[in-house]
Design a protein around this ligand. Sequence first.
Ligand SMILES: NC(=O)c1ccc[n+]([C@@H]2O[C@H](COP(=O)([O-])OP(=O)(O)OC[C@H]3O[C@@H](n4cnc5c(N)ncnc54)[C@H](O)[C@@H]3O)[C@@H](O)[C@H]2O)c1
Length: 379
Amino acid sequence: MNQRTFKRRVNYQQNIEYEVITSPHLFQPENASILSVGKTENARRFVVLDANVEKYYAAEIRQYFQYHQIEAKIVSIPSGEENKTLESYLALVRELDAFPINRRNEPIIAIGGGVLTDVAGFVASSYRRGLPHIKVPTTLMGYVDASIGIKTGININGNKNRIGSFAAPQKVFLDKTFLKTLPKRHLLNGICEIIKMGIIKDAGLFQLLETYGSQSVAAQFQNEAGDLILNSAIENMLEELEPNLFEEDLMRKVDFGHTFSYGLETRYEANLLHGEAVLLDIVVSSLIAEARGLISSEDISRIFQLVDELGINLNTALLDPQTLWNSLEERTYHRDGLQRVPMPLGLGGCTFVNDIQQNEISSAIKNLQDRIMFKYDHA
Ligand SMILES: NC(=O)c1ccc[n+]([C@@H]2O[C@H](COP(=O)([O-])OP(=O)(O)OC[C@H]3O[C@@H](n4cnc5c(N)ncnc54)[C@H](O)[C@@H]3O)[C@@H](O)[C@H]2O)c1
């Protein structure tokens, strides 16, 4: 062997396993679910809440840990996308420095919407090179999407999720009673991701939305039919995420609605929530698919009818072909040089396309705006 050189391959594989599990009334004293992870003798927990969750639930959560004799530090970060920032990240790091926890068996507990779980998840994944964490979604968006995967992140320099990581939680606890206090706009925001899944993957889920969607929204998902929708949405999402947790495969069905929405969300952060931008993308993409003969006009009508019945307003005034085209170009770069845009193939099916042209986007926007105009003219 040549004494001056060295070569050895390092190979290590890590198994990723975590449970996503319903646990109603998570913070009632007799419910020990959340303490099933980590030590409970002489134990501490660092609990991160979003400001609105703090307003409604901090007292109950504080009492819960007192009851179980766990020393809990409860900190909150301000709510909303505008606070998915480095400042929020650093604020949590400083709080952690002031409240040392065992880095192996005192998991950080993140309780909030997608913003909170993304920020707190990123803190957990990077503080001291990674601490275990538990996620508890309190928005519909978190419940069916943001909290159940392994992506974390913060926004910077006008770019969404520019800094972040893949970091699996130890567990995700689903307690839909949190949704009781969620404002309607945010319920509808979350339902947009469920509509996405129905169109691109599961016609049965789409039918559930048609049958029980509006009553479930009215009941803040506290009804039984709401469980059917929620469980199906989560199962579908996990089926897509599980084999591709680190997104090696860039052809992702769950990216349906996430091509044009990226630019819309960035440009209109003050006007559009994530799901609202996704739904605009969904309808534009579906109309492009219709023009290509990938989905029938009857199925397109069902999509518009569902959106209508759920009471979601499409803010089509924000759509301009150039913004959408720029977003497609950015996503093409993000997806390693190919558009890889998921398109519906009928209701419940999916195909990917790489050749969307600017004029198809313009036609779809025009078609959409005409439809909305027609609806108001005939209301
Ligand atoms: N990591 C992922 O895979 C993933 C997936 C989808 C979305 N996301 C991210 O999620 C974020 C959007 O999440 P979101 O829609 O949950 O927004 P959000 O976290 O901003 O929450 C929405 C609003 O609801 C409030 N709120 C939260 N829970 C409440 C409750 N139970 N009662 C009353 N008010 C409550 C919040 O304070 C906030 O004002 C985006 O930043 C998006 O990038 C991440």
